[in-house]
Design a protein around this ligand. Structure first.
Ligand code: KG4
Ligand code: ZN
Length: 341
C-alpha cells in the first residue's frame, strides 16, 4: 500500500510517500522559520497562507522526485490535529480533495500519533508494548503503547510542554526563534555546577510533569546575575551557564520519570519522539538510563524528530492497513486528545 502523507499543523509543510512494502519512498519539507523569525514566534495567519502557497508545488515536486505518479497512490493521510486550525485546514482540504479526485481513501491522522510512530521508520523498529515519551512544543506525555491506537497516558505536563519551556526560556535569554535548538546550542558553552535548578515534581510519586516553574527560575536567575556583569563575554557566559542548568533540569526530570515508568510497568523498551527528542543532552541521558536498566531506547532520525510528512504517511498507512479511513468530510481539530484518536 502506498500512501501520501501531508503535515501542516504548525510551521512546516511536510509531504512524504510511504509504501508498506518498500518503506519511505521520498519526503520533502518547507520550513517557515525565516517567515516567523522576525516576529519572534509563529504567527498563525502567516503560517496558513504559507502552507497554501507551498503545498501543491511540494506535492508535485515530490511525485516527480520519487518517480511515483498519483496513479500509484492507494491512500492519502493528513494531520487533522491538534495544531493551528487554519494551518490544519490547508493540509486537510488539499489531501481530502486529492483523495476524492483520485477515488482513494483519506485518513485523518493525529499529529502526536505521527510523532509516536516516527521511530518505526528506522531500521531498528521497536516492538509493542513500549513506553513512549512524547516531547514536543505542545505536549509532554509519558504513555504505555500496546499497539496501534492503544495509547494509555501515564503522565503529562500540567502546564508548559517541555518544548514550550525551552522556547520561553530561550526568549528570556534573548535567543532567536525557534528557541529550543538555539538554547541547546548555547548550553554547549555552559559550565557544570554554576547554577542548580530544581527538578519539578520528582520528589513525589506519579508521572506528571510541570515545567513552567523552571522558566520563572531561569528568569529570576538571569535578572539577579546579569546586571552585575559588565563585559559582553561575561554576560554571554552567564547566559550559557543558565541555559546549561535549565537544560540539565529538564533532561534530568524527564529521565527520572522515564525510569519510573519503565520500572512501574516492567517494560524494557522506551521510545522518545517529538521535537525535543532531537536534543543531544536528552538523547545521551536516556541512552545511559536505558543501559543501566538493560532497556532499549529508540529515537527517530534527527530530521524526523520535529514535524515532517513521513511520520504522517507512516501512521496513515498503518491506519489504512488496519481497515480504517475517514469519510468525505474535511476533519481538522485544534484540540484532540490522543487517547480519542
Ligand atoms: O514536534 P515539534 O516539531 O512541533 C510540535 O509538535 O510542537 O516540536 C517543536 C519543539 C519546539 O518547542 C522546539 O523548540 C523543540 O521542539 N526543539 C528542541 C530541539 N529541537 C526542537 N528543544 C530542545 N532541543 C532541541 N535540539
Ligand atoms: Zn510536532
Amino acid at each position: 500500500m502506498r500512501v501520501l502523507g501531508v503535515e501542516t499543523s504548525c510551521d512546516e509543510t511536510g509531504i512524504a510517500i510511504y509504501d508498506s512494502q518498500y518503506g519511505l519512498i521520498g519526503h520533502t519539507l518547507h520550513s517557515q522559520v525565516a517567515l516567523h523569525q522576525v516576529h519572534g514566534g509563529v504567527v498563525p495567519e502567516l503560517a496558513s497562507r504559507d502552507h497554501i502557497r507551498r503545498i501543491v508545488p511540494l506535492i508535485q515536486d515530490l511525485l516527480v522526485q520519487a518517480s511515483s505518479p498519483l496513479a500509484e497512490l492507494d491512500g492519502i493521510a493528513y494531520t487533522a490535529g491538534p495544531g493551528l486550525i487554519g494551518a490544519l485546514l490547508v493540509g486537510a482540504s488539499v489531501a481530502r480533495s486529492l483523495a476524492m479526485g483520485l477515488n482513494i481513501p483519506a485518513v485523518a491522522v493525529h499529529h502526536m500519533e505521527g510523532h509516536l510512530l516516527a521511530p518505526m521508520l528506522e531500521d531498528d523498529v521497536p516492538e509493542f508494548p513500549f513506553i513512549a515519551l512524547l516531547v514536543s512544543g505542545g505536549h509532554t506525555q509519558l504513555m504505555r503503547v500496546d499497539g496501534l491506537g492503544k495509547y494509555h497516558i501515564l503522565g503529562e505536563s500540567l502546564d508548559d510542554a517541555a518544548g514550550e519551556a525551552f522556547d520561553k526560556t530561550a526568549k528570556l535569554l534573548e535567543l532567536a526563534y525557534p528557541g529550543g535548538p538555539a538554547l541547546a546550542e548555547l548550553a554547549k558553552q555552559g559550565r557544570d555546577g554554576i547554577y542548580q535548578f530544581p527538578r519539578p515534581m520528582t520528589d513525589r510519586p506519579g508521572l506528571d510533569f510541570s515545567f513552567s516553574g523552571l522558566k520563572t527560575f531561569a528568569l529570576n536567575t538571569f535578572r539577579k546575575s546579569d546586571g552585575n556583569l559588565h563585559s559582553d563575554a561575561a554576560k554571554l557566559q552567564n547566559r550559557a551557564d543558565i541555559a546549561y542548568a535549565f537544560q540539565q533540569a529538564v533532561v534530568s526530570t524527564l529521565a527520572i520519570k522515564c525510569k519510573r515508568a519503565l520500572q512501574q510497568t516492567g517494560l524494557l523498551r522506551l521510545v522518545v519522539a517529538g521535537g525535543v527528542s532531537a536534543n543531544q543532552a536528552l538523547r545521551e541521558k536516556l541512552r545511559a538510563l536505558a543501559a543501566s536498566l538493560n532497556a532499549q531506547v529508540y529515537y527517530p532520525r534527527h530530521e524526523f524528530c520535529t514535524d515532517n510528512g513521513a511520520m504522517i504517511a507512516y501512521a496513515g498507512c498503518q491506519r489504512l492497513l488496519a481497515g480504517e479511513s475517514d469519510g468525505l468530510e474535511i476533519n481538522a481539530r485544534a484540540r484532540w486528545p490522543l487517547n480519542q484518536a
